[in-house]
Design a protein around this ligand. Structure first.
Ligand SMILES: [Zn+2]
Length: 279
């Protein structure tokens, strides 16, 4: 494991709590360093999954990568949000991690409101002119149309963008973690903008029909971003893979960009940037 120059020993030990050390070379060194930076307690672009940010009982449309090796992990982490909806189930599930599978099954049975959309690289395909899309095709528009159709069909107004690192499709197109994270923000903004068009059109239609109450109550869309990081696994079937699911904060990423331009605006983040760039 190479953490040379990352931080002093004490800081390294503290950081290990936030980003586990890699058990084998699953993530390239520069990606691992980037993840540790984004996971740093002062930066918190990747933060713990907060249950209050998501109203799971209302259902979710999940946009994720179709990567089969990680699909089940991704699906289980989303399903786990259903299972840990109540404080008591969270406690029991954290005592015995494997019991959580039973809860996941039970809660999916009670609230079967999970709608999956999986294309390679997931939400990255929504970015206009993305390297992941074939040139000359309207892949981004097609996927966007599918997502809007999903909202209409299922009447679910919560979307989870579940990204993962390292994504094979993104690795093929040589994305850095920084580019990857900025793409998530772009995709999220695009979904929100597209839905806003649909929402205003629907409200206008209802208003012309004279149904003012319904026009005022056309639901708003919520887009939650999450990222799964695969820290690797030692060879051998008995060794568990270190896979962690994080809440991805678009607000904090904007703060990081601002701190890069003017450190005085976010001094705590600027400190961490200096520490990582100096290394
Ligand atoms: Zn992938």
């Amino acid at each position: 494991m190479k953490t040379k120059g990352l931080a002093t020993n004490g800081a390294r030990a503290r950081l290990a709590k936030y980003a586990p050390p890699q058990s084998c070379a699953r993530l390239p060194d520069e990606d691992y360093r980037a993840i540790r930076f984004y996971r740093h307690p002062n930066v918190r672009v990747l933060d713990d999954v907060a249950h209050d940010k998501i109203e799971i009982e209302k259902g979710v449309i999940v946009i994720m990568c179709s990567d089969g090796d990680r699909f089940l992990g991704g699906l289980l982490s989303i399903a786990g949000l259903f299972a840990t909806k109540h404080r008591w189930t969270t406690r029991i599930a954290s005592w015995m991690k494997r019991t959580s599978l039973l809860f996941i099954w039970a809660f999916l049975y009670i609230y079967p409101r999970l709608h999956m959309m999986s294309w390679h690289a997931g939400a990255h395909r929504l970015v206009k002119n993305s390297r992941t899309n074939l040139p000359g095709r309207a892949t981004d528009k097609d996927l966007m149309a599918e997502i809007m159709a999903a909202i209409e069909l299922k009447q679910i107004y919560q979307i989870v963008i579940l990204d993962h690192c390292k994504c094979g499709k993104l690795a093929k197109h040589e994305f850095t973690v920084e580019e990857q994270f900025h793409d998530i923000v772009t995709a999220r903004d695009r979904i929100l903008a597209e839905y806003e068009k649909v929402r205003t059109a629907e409200a206008a239609r209802l208003a012309t029909n004279g149904d003012m109450e319904a026009a005022a109550n056309v639901p708003k869309l919520k887009v939650i971003c999450m990222c799964q990081v695969d820290y690797g696994k030692r060879p051998g079937w008995w060794w568990r893979r270190r896979l962690r699911t994080y809440h991805f904060s678009t607000k904090q990423l904007v703060a990081v960009d601002a701190a890069k331009v003017d450190g005085k605006r976010h001094p705590k983040i600027a400190d961490v940037i200096a520490q990582y760039l100096a290394a």
